[in-house]
Design a protein around this ligand. Sequence first.
Ligand SMILES: *Cc1c(COP(=O)(O)O)cnc(C)c1O
Length: 402
Amino acid sequence: MDINNQDDVLVHRMQAMLERVAMLKEHDLYFYNQPVSELRGGARVVVNGRDMGMYASYSYLGLVGHSRINKAAQDAVAKYGTGTHGVRTLAGSLKIHDELEETISEFKKAEAAITYSSGYVTNLTVISTLLGRGDYVFSDKINHASIVDGCMMSGAKFRRFRHNDMAQLERMLAEAPSDVGKLVVADSVFSMDGDIIDFPKVVELCKKYNAWLMIDEAHSVGVLGKTGRGIEEHFDMYGSIDIKMGTLSKTIPSVGGYVAGKKELITYLRHASRAYIFSAALPPAQAAAANEAFKVILDEPWRIDKLNANTQQFLGGLKARGFDTMLSETAIVPVLCVEDNTAFAMTQYAQHHDVFVLPVVSPAVAVGLARLRATVLAAHEPDEIEYAMDIIGEAGKALGVI
Ligand SMILES: *Cc1c(COP(=O)(O)O)cnc(C)c1O
């Protein structure tokens, strides 16, 4: 390829993005992809030699580096080594995989569970295995990209309803034919906005219109519910979700994704989903770490209480300072900046004052809804949170956001 040939369609397509990145770098507004050199309990990190408060992590319960979890991973390496030499179906299955799937199914109060190598891949493969041409999938407009990609890959008719708009979802369900496969899919906690799906209503609609319900719990496991079991616990509605999907890379300090549900569903996925059949099994250390992490969540419930207290402080404090935090009710707190450039400038101010927070701009969110997307963690202390809010407040005043 000739990278200077502007007539080359692919070169031309890359240039727009490259120019945006170069422009941000030139103005010291580029804060993505910064390497962390030290994790100080997860609430503080060292980046470019500076000790910073971390407000962009998904380690909601502060489990990264937990001694029990580290030890489980180390023991698994000692026992099995570092790789699995293939796919689960053939030689890649280890005892630790079965243990992990049993732990997940117990934690999620389901009959069975299956794991994949990432949450992203889980959504792709599960949606596209269950649905095909002629079927209908109904997806919230701001669902995670992996859900959107799974829906498109499935070839099913893709109906997107306005965010949390149950009336529109009902109209779409009513219009769909009765003799096709129907799946409603949504995030439990929306990853950019921090609000929660109208769960009682979506469950009711799925029953009424005979549609399956799939919920992505990436941001609700360890966050919602008294014991951190997620959205069914939060609403005291166990047994409402057909496909309970989640990731092992956020609250759970590992990597991988899973689905929990009825044993027939799991057996079907084990024999039909391509990411299970054609992609290598989770490495033993990651499987063992994830397995231990679910147990730690149940053994150390104070972490959830602390996360809730910190969320109240952070969300309440930012609102009191005059910020628009949209509809967030959780540890994901959007700080609305409106314009992309304002979000970049807010980030610059915060990072220069040792508050590690990142902007979310278009196309990840709609034009005019650029924001800082701050996450608060159980590992933060109240005075650290107060400092971070003061800095974000100073930036907001300087830039006319508040
Ligand atoms: C992060 C995330 C995923 C992807 O999970 P990975 O394990 O990181 O691939 C899927 N869905 C949602 C809602 C997420 O936030």
